[in-house]
Design a binder for this molecule. Structure first.
Ligand code: GDP
Length: 311
């Protein structure tokens, strides 16, 4: 029998042309700089990305030209087996057409599988003023929800996210979206809570190393700045690793990776490599040498806990 953990989780990436789908794929999975996406060619063929970590994900981009209302569109084939549909709405453009389209997409997907998570990205919000952002969000949510009630899909599982590739909001949104598909999320959260409590660290994340999507975190709220610092430290550590063939301040003689960095304000950030392409990154706001030893020790205990969960 194949368990949920080994089954490939299909995520569809949909939305009208020029909404930003390929840019999101390129920035997150191929390290493209956001500004370079200006010159991206529009995708005309279905394209997919694989992410193998705590679960196996395949992200399939459906080109914006595909008309879901066309009788030739094989909705049963497209939506069957999908765990999630991510729909990208360009908030800087006239979005009424997108709203009609997303409701059609939800309607078709919902008929095929009521458990599909529909994740709506109100995208490119970097171009909107703070006030206009909130008005746009309210307007889009209201219109979509009204239409879903009209078509009888009021209980579809729909979540909205404000995103931009020019800040961390897109990774944050994708992290929340993908976390819903990690079968062992609650066990990992409990382990992280225990890790933070026993070690006295403020915040801990389990990142997928290549995309920097976080697959789990402890149950305290995520602060955007702390997330940013932890995420940036992955790059710093990788750059130093590339330069010296090892990571910053690596203390282990057994080849395991443990990196730390100390800030002027006394905070310390620590990174440990886990299993399945994951990294544990945590931030301590007050620091003593003993504490770092404890973090390193408990990070090992955390990794062993993870190995047991995924054995
Ligand atoms: P697709 O047809 O949905 O795949 O759209 P593309 O990924 O080709 O993006 C269309 C345009 O939107 C490109 O010029 C991107 O640079 C731009 N774009 C994508 N994401 C953002 C964003 O978050 N903010 C802004 N301002 N522009 C974006």
């Amino acid at each position: 029998m194949i368990s949920q953990g080994t089954r490939e989780q299909k995520i569809l990436l949909m939305g009208l042309r020029r909404g930003g789908k390929s840019s999101i794929r390129q920035v997150i999975f191929h390290g493209m700089q956001p500004i370079e996406t200006l010159y991206l060619e529009s995708t005309t063929k279905p394209t997919s990305e694989k992410l193998s970590s705590l679960a196996n994900f395949v992200i399939e981009e459906i080109p914006g030209q595909v008309d879901v209302t066309n009788p030739e569109f094989e909705s049963s084939k497209v939506f069957k087996g999908a765990s999630t549909v991510i729909y990208v709405i360009d908030s800087q453009d006239e979005y009424l057409l997108s709203l009609q389209n997303v409701v059609q997409v939800i309607s078709q997907g919902y008929k095929i599988d009521r458990n599909i998570h529909f994740e709506i990205l109100i995208h490119k919000v970097d171009g909107l003023s703070e006030d206009f952002r909130l008005d746009t969000k309210r307007d889009i949510i209201q219109r979509i929800n009204d239409d879903l009630v009209d078509i009888g899909a009021y209980d579809a599982d729909v979540t909205f996210h404000m995103t931009s590739i020019f800040d961390q909001s897109i990774v944050e949104a994708l992290s929340r979206i993908i976390q819903k598909l990690v079968p062992e999320l609650s066990s990992l959260t409990q382990l992280l809570d225990m890790f933070c409590m026993r070690t006295g660290v403020e915040k801990a994340f389990v990142f997928e190393a290549s995309s920097k999507i976080y697959l789990a975190t402890d149950s305290s709220p995520v602060d955007a700045e702390i997330y940013q610092v932890c995420s940036d430290f992955i790059d710093v550590s990788a750059d130093l690793g590339g330069l010296y063939g090892t990571s910053a301040n690596t203390g282990n003689s057994d080849g395991r990776e443990f990196s730390t960095s100390r800030f002027n304000n006394g905070s310390v950030i620590c990174l440990t490599r886990l299993i399945k392409g994951c990294l544990l990154v945590c931030l301590c706001t007050s620091e003593t040498d003993n504490k770092i030893t404890l973090v390193e020790f408990n990070a090992d205990v955390f990794r062993e806990g993870m190995e047991k969960i995924y054995a």
